[in-house]
Design a protein around this ligand. Sequence first.
Ligand SMILES: [Zn+2]
Length: 177
Amino acid sequence: MNTKITNPFVLKTIVWDEEDQRFCSPDRKSFVWGTDIVKSICTQDPKCPDDDIRDECTCGLYGSPNWQAIDEYFRYPNSVMALMKCYNVLNIWTAPWDIPNCYVTRTWGMRVAHIVKPDVMKDRGNMAQRYTSAVWAADYYNARVLDLAVINQIIKISWNEVCKIDPFAKLEGDKNG
Ligand SMILES: [Zn+2]
């Protein structure tokens, strides 16, 4: 599904980079998450248009409405889960078989809107450090730290408005509700 969109929300993991004092992508330290809209960087030749992603290109910013789809990144001790607002392009796929009932998204631009309270990461290491990272993120992005249940409501409403999909329907019975 390829939709020109207004502004749905998805989740993404960002990581506090102690050395450079900034937030970056978990697997790509050079990709910095600033406070404005962060745009996809196309490395193809020719490049995608400035405000778009060509269907055949793999550039774009990936995320998911379902935290279960991004929890592999919780292994980074400074990781923070953020609610991201998407801009311009939204591609929606169902996630691979190993993360059942979840969606994966790709968009052209993202901005950090809110931070997810790290409770969902419990049993994944140092919670004091995670809370510290969440508070730093809230301060840096002028955002709030919100319960996952609240964040999920924001996601659900935005998806219903934009594409009439309930991103949690397939997970029903799970704690995502
Ligand atoms: Zn591209």
